[in-house]
Write a new protein. Structure first.
Length: 179
């Protein structure tokens, strides 16, 4: 097989897998960036296949609208309903979900701002969910020390910049006068 017939795909934990081009499928995905009101924390999950953290989201089912897929993924992965905002980041990658099959996905990823409804259920925080090892609100200023997918890290940084540019800095409740 010629080198051009092999695509290097990567597992969540960064292992490279050689996949024949004929076994790589195109798979669009949507991911949501939910922040606390002060924008100090972002909601992340740990995928059940590794200890790598990522944003909630996943693949679109054929014929499914992006907003519908996003809402479905958030309910499945963190148990929260959401309001979908604008898409503000795009990335693509070659992913290998199961190295034993030597199949890969060319993933086209759209990252959306989302607003969550309700409170994160400890059931999901403790990792008893069927699809994830756990969900957590992670401080933005600690993300460099978190094993987070690189394009998800980039998306969060872009979202923070976009929010600062379009909405200004988050409100600081400590300046309120109680007089």
């Amino acid at each position: 097989m010629a080198d051009r017939d092999i695509i290097t795909c990567y597992t969540n934990d960064g292992r490279a897998v050689a996949v024949p081009r004929a076994k790589v499928i195109l798979r669009p995905g949507v991911y949501g960036m939910a922040f606390t009101p002060d924008r100090g924390q972002v909601l992340l999950i740990r995928d059940r296949r590794s200890n790598v953290w990522e944003l909630p989201g996943g693949g679109l089912v054929p014929g499914e609208a992006a907003a519908t897929a996003m809402a479905r993924e958030f309910r499945e992965e963190v148990g929260l309903d959401i309001h979908v905002g604008p898409a503000i980041y795009f990335a693509d990658s070659f992913y290998c979900p199961d190295p034993a099959t030597a199949e890969g996905w060319q993933v086209l990823k759209l990252f959306y701002l989302v607003h969550t409804e309700g409170t994160l259920d400890p059931h999901y925080e403790e990792g008893h969910g069927a699809l994830t090892y756990g969900a957590a609100w992670v401080p933005i200023d600690e993300l460099e020390n978190v094993d987070l997918l690189a394009d998800h890290y980039d998306a969060v940084q872009r979202a923070v910049q976009w929010l600062d540019a379009t909405e200004g800095p988050p409100a600081d409740d400590s300046d309120d006068d109680d007089d």
